[in-house]
Design a protein around this ligand. Structure first.
Ligand SMILES: Cc1cc2nc3c(=O)[nH]c(=O)nc-3n(C[C@H](O)[C@H](O)[C@H](O)COP(=O)(O)OP(=O)(O)OC[C@H]3O[C@@H](n4cnc5c(N)ncnc54)[C@H](O)[C@@H]3O)c2cc1C
Length: 459
C-alpha cells in the first residue's frame, strides 16, 4: 500500500494539468497519476503512419482563461502557433462558412429568404415557456428554415437519436445564438468579419524532425511535468471509506491510499461502477447515461495538396457517412510528406450500437469522399486506418442531469473530485478541462500547507 497526498485517476489533459498544478503544493513524488493506457494524453494523442500524422480527433486549442493560456504558452514556447481556422458547411442548398447561421449568403436565394423570414418570426414572436427538448430549442433559436437546411439533418447525424429525446441544454457549447441583425449582414455580404468561438485557436508547429506532431505535443509536454506518472495502471476499484484505490498493472495489483485528495477523470458512470460503496440505485441510474463514439478514419493521400478547402468541412447530407472532413496539412504542413496530405473523416455512432468491420467503414468513407468531391483526380489514397474514441460525445437525455449531479455529489462527499470532460460527464474543451484542473490544484494549495515527505506503509 502506498500512501500519497494526492491521487489522480487518468492522465488525459485534466489529470496531467492537475498534476502540473499540484507541483507547487506537494512534493512531486507525493502526487501519483494512474493511467490505464501505455501512453499519456487520453484523447490528445496523435497517430503516425509512414510519414503521415493524424490527431486522434480534430484538436484545435483555444483558451478558456488567461491564466491557463499563460501557463501553456510558457510550457510550449514557440512550438505553439496561432491557427485561426476556416471551416465550411456543405448543405443541399449551398456551401457556407462556419458558423452556418452567420454566413447564409452562400445558400440558394429562396433558402436565404426562408431562413431569414423564419428567424424573424422566432425573434419577434418568442415563446414564453422553456423548450421541452433539444429539437424545440433548435427550432425556437434558429427558426424552421435554418433547422431544415442544416441544424436538423446535421444534429441527427451527430446524435444518432431522435432530437426530441435529447435535453434542451448542455449541447450548446458551439452554437452561436443568432442575432437577427448579424444574420442579415451575413446574408448580404461574404465578408462579415464574424469571429467564431474558436477563432483565436492555437496548434503545435514543432521543428520538422520532431519525434511527435499534432496536439500530442501538448500532452507530451504536460506529462513531462508529472513526477510520478504510472502508465498501464488501470483503476479496478475504489474504496471510498478507506480512501483506497486499487490499480492493476499487467497481472499485479497495487493499492494507493490518498490523504488530502483524489481527482477522478475516469468517465463518471465507470467511476461509480468502480466505487465499492456506491448505492445500487445510483449504479443502475449511471448505466442509463448515454454517449456516442467517434470513428476517426485516417486517410493518407498522395498527390498535390488541395487549396481553399479550409481546415475542416461539415456535411449535412444524411446519406454521407461522415459528419466532418479534416485537412491535416492546414493545421501543420509537416504532418505529411511534401507530395501528400492527410485527410481525416469523423463518423458518429451511439456507444451501444454494434461495431462495424473496419474494412466496411473504410470502403464507405472512401466512396463518400469521392462523392463529395474531396479527392482531386490527381490524388490517390495510399493508406487508411480507423481509430475509435468511446466515449466521445456525452448525450444529454431528458433524465441525465439529476443522475450526473447525484453521481458527482457521491464522489465529492467522499473526497473525490470528478473532473474533465468525461469525469464530469459534460461538454468541455481542452482549454476548459485544463482551467478546471489548475483551479482545483490551486484550491488544494490554498486549503492546506504543503507536506514534505512521502510515506509508504505495508498492510
Ligand atoms: C471528436 C472530438 C473533437 C474534439 N475537438 C476539440 C477541439 O477541437 N478543441 C478542444 O479544445 N477540445 C476538443 N475536444 C475535447 C477534448 O478532447 C477534451 O476536452 C479533453 O481531451 C478531455 O480530457 P480529459 O482528461 O477530461 O479526458 P480523457 O482525455 O478522456 O482522459 C481520461 C484518461 O483516463 C484514462 N482512464 C480511463 N479509465 C481508466 C481507468 N480505469 N484507470 C486508469 N485510467 C483510466 C484514459 O485512458 C484517459 O487517458 C474534442 C473531443 C472530441 C471527442
Amino acid at each position: 500500500m502506498q500512501e500519497v497526498d494526492y491521487l489522480i485517476l487518468g492522465a488525459g489533459l485534466a489529470g496531467l494539468a492537475a498534476a502540473d498544478g499540484l507541483r507547487e503544493r506537494a512534493p512531486a513524488d507525493n502526487v501519483v497519476v494512474l493511467e490505464r493506457d501505455e501512453v499519456p494524453g487520453g484523447l490528445v494523442r496523435a497517430d503516425y503512419f509512414d510519414g503521415y500524422w493524424f490527431d486522434r480527433v480534430l484538436h484545435l486549442l483555444y483558451f478558456a482563461d488567461p491564466k491557463t493560456e499563460t501557463r501553456i504558452r510558457r510550457l510550449l514556447g514557440d512550438e505553439l502557433a496561432p491557427c485561426p481556422p476556416t471551416a465550411w458547411v456543405e448543405t443541399g442548398d449551398g456551401v457556407v462558412r462556419y458558423p452556418f447561421q452567420m454566413h447564409l449568403r452562400g445558400l440558394k436565394q429562396s433558402t436565404i429568404v426562408r431562413c431569414l423570414a423564419d428567424l424573424a418570426e422566432v425573434t419577434y414572436v418568442p415563446e414564453s415557456d422553456r423548450p421541452a427538448h433539444f429539437q424545440e430549442m433548435l427550432l425556437r433559436t434558429f427558426g424552421r428554415g435554418m433547422c431544415d437546411t442544416f441544424m436538423f439533418p446535421y444534429n441527427r447525424k451527430m446524435w444518432k437519436r431522435p432530437l426530441d429525446g435529447l435535453a434542451p441544454s448542455g449541447f450548446t457549447w458551439n452554437i452561436t445564438p443568432p442575432d437577427l441583425k448579424k444574420v442579415l449582414h451575413g446574408a448580404l455580404t461574404t465578408d462579415t468579419g464574424f469571429q467564431a468561438y474558436n477563432a483565436t485557436g492555437w496548434y503545435p508547429r514543432p521543428p520538422k524532425d520532431a519525434p511527435v506532431r499534432g496536439m500530442q505535443v501538448l500532452s507530451k509536454a504536460l506529462a513531462a511535468q508529472a513526477a510520478d506518472l504510472r502508465l498501464e495502471h488501470s483503476v479496478e476499484s475504489i474504496d471510498v471509506e478507506r480512501r483506497v484505490v486499487v490499480a492493476r498493472c499487467r497481472d499485479r495489483e497495487q493499492e494507493f491510499r490518498f490523504r488530502d485528495g483524489c481527482l477522478c477523470s475516469i468517465p463518471l458512470p465507470r467511476a461509480i461502477a468502480l466505487c465499492r460503496q456506491a448505492p445500487e440505485q445510483l449504479r443502475r441510474a449511471c448505466r442509463r447515461l448515454s454517449c456516442n463514439r467517434v470513428l476517426s478514419v485516417m486517410l493518407s493521400v498522395r498527390g498535390p495538396r488541395p487549396e481553399g478547402r479550409g481546415h475542416w468541412r461539415y456535411y449535412a447530407d444524411e446519406s454521407i457517412d461522415f459528419t466532418r472532413l479534416i485537412y491535416m496539412h492546414e493545421f501543420d504542413p509537416d504532418t505529411a510528406p511534401p507530395e501528400g496530405w492527410g485527410l481525416m473523416a469523423e463518423l458518429l455512432e451511439t456507444s451501444r450500437s454494434p461495431m462495424r468491420p473496419e474494412a466496411e467503414v473504410i470502403a464507405r468513407v472512401k466512396a463518400d469522399v469521392a462523392r463529395v468531391g474531396a479527392l482531386p483526380g490527381d490524388c490517390q489514397i495510399i493508406d487508411a486506418h480507423v481509430r475509435t474514441i468511446d466515449p466521445a460525445y456525452v448525450a444529454f437525455t431528458l433524465d441525465s442531469q439529476p443522475i450526473i449531479e447525484e453521481a458527482s455529489g457521491f464522489l465529492r462527499d467522499h473526497g473525490i473530485e470528478p473532473l474533465g470532460r468525461y469525469g464530469r460527464w459534460e461538454y468541455s474543451s481542452m482549454g476548459q478541462v485544463m482551467r478546471d484542473a489548475y483551479t482545483w490544484a490551486d484550491q488544494q494549495s490554498a486549503a492546506s500547507p504543503p507536506r514534505t515527505r512521502p510515506t509508504t506503509v505495508e498492510e
